[in-house]
Design a protein around this ligand. Structure first.
Ligand code: ADP
Ligand code: MG
Length: 399
């Protein structure tokens, strides 16, 4: 039986020297500095962001690093150690479709910030080294855009006093408008506003955040990257969004955030939702998920490990049965982690692949990972990869 694959976080020191040298080799000068931004994992609160609801993400110790040098000619030269293709061009010409691919996330940030200070101010040479697993639902994309966002904020005189909320908005615009990826704003908020050793209770109504201390020092979050990416994901995501909008419309509400579980039980509400295909089940997930987020925050304050775990597992059940966004790999990961003694487990992120998480005692992490690894082999699934997540610090300058 093979052993589980682990993806440990890199330390800043491990990355910065080699990245700086690689920057010099590529651009023939030293960078002005190295910046880094974390990926994230959402402990609970899934598919709530576009319903103006709650989520409870934490920043990963895994970060994306950007060595950068400011240029005074409004030109971008972009390279990544994870990608073959480079891109070079003026910030002023960046828009949806130019550039395409990974560099859109970086060029998009410069483009959004150019609206504040002018395109000639945000030229940059950048070399990226991403240590957040790519495309696993752990937000390597926001780690990428935010690493460059903090670099520009620190390097461009007109941006130094910019409030962090505006930097978040610029990084969201980069993904939405230039990369063309629908993203709600959670990822960029956590990457830029995380608080060490805390989760962030995020209210998508206004994107305000409340740090919530991680009060379970004997437990950590085991992340199981299923390495599955089922292609129906995009269409399904849009469909869920539309169902939620139609349901809110049918009830005359601005968003499903306004609906409580109590109201959901009322006959007139059930009748109205009955007219929306799948309305009742989808709405039940959103309403109960919001309540689970707040319940989990309370359970953390009371250091009630079992209740934290139960709420995570209830979230998974709701996403699997009512929202129907799980898949075989996620269900196997959750089932195996629970069977191995984890107090709670759930899929995390949009679904149809990506990652699952389990709440696990520190001294049992290896055993649980081994059990999940075995369950994947028995189910004939591609072996997953594992990492542990402890709430870590926000994006910023490294050297
Ligand atoms: P996730 O954000 O969950 O990892 P996404 O599909 O949103 O998944 O983002 C992944 C994409 O982000 C990659 O396909 C690539 O375009 C870009 N990306 C992320 N990290 C890097 C990196 N280190 N170098 C270049 N591109 C990256
Ligand atoms: Mg992403």
């Amino acid at each position: 039986m093979s052993e589980p694959t682990w993806l440990p976080p890199a330390t800043d020191a491990e990355v910065t020297d080699s990245l700086t040298q690689a920057f010099v080799d590529r651009f023939s000068s030293l960078p002005d500095g190295v910046w880094a931004a974390p990926g994230r994992v959402n402990l609970i609160g899934e598919h709530t962001d576009y319903n103006a609801g709650f989520a409870l993400p934490l920043a990963l110790p895994h970060r994306t690093y950007a060595a950068a040098r400011w240029r005074d000619d409004g030109i971008l030269r972009l390279a990544s150690l994870q990608q073959e293709r480079t891109w070079e061009g003026p910030v002023a010409q960046v828009r949806h479709g130019n550039p395409r691919g990974w560099s859109a996330y970086v060029a998009g940030v410069a483009r959004a910030l150019a609206d504040r200070v002018g395109a000639s101010e945000v030229g940059l040479d950048v070399l990226v080294d991403g240590r957040v697993p790519l495309g696993s639902g752990l937000s390597s994309s926001a780690a990428l855009s935010c690493s460059v966002g903090v670099a520009l904020r620190d390097l461009v005189p007109g941006l130094r006093t910019m409030p962090v909320e505006e930097l978040v908005a610029a990084c969201v615009r980069a993904e939405n408008e230039v990369a063309g990826a629908a993203t709600g704003g959670m990822d960029q908020t956590v990457s830029l506003r995380a608080v060490d050793e805390h989760l962030l209770l995020l209210d998508a109504r206004d994107f305000s955040v409340v740090p919530v201390a991680w009060t379970l020092p004997e437990h950590e979050v085991l992340v199981i990257d299923t390495r599955a990416h089922h292609s129906l994901a995009d269409g399904q995501y849009e469909q869920r969004r539309r169902t939620c909008e139609a349901a809110a419309d049918a009830l005359g509400l601005r968003s499903l955030r306004e609906l409580s579980a109590e109201l959901l039980g009322e006959p007139r509400v059930r009748t109205a939702l009955g007219a929306v295909p799948d309305g009742l089940r989808r709405v039940r997930h959103v309403v109960t998920e919001n309540e689970r987020v707040l319940g989990l925050v309370a359970a953390l304050r009371e250091q009630d490990t079992d209740r934290v775990g139960r709420l995570m597992t209830a979230s998974h059940t709701s996403l699997r049965d009512d929202y129907e966004v799980s898949c075989a790999e996620l269900d196997v990961a959750v089932g195996a982690a629970l069977a191995a003694g984890a107090p709670g487990a759930r899929m995390t992120g949009g679904g149809f692949g990506g990652s699952a998480i389990a709440l696990v005692r520190r001294d049992e992490v290896e055993d649980v990972a081994r059990a999940v690894h075995r369950a994947f082999a028995e189910a004939d699934l591609t072996a997953p990869a594992f990492l542990t997540a402890y709430p870590s610090r926000p994006a910023g300058r490294v050297t």
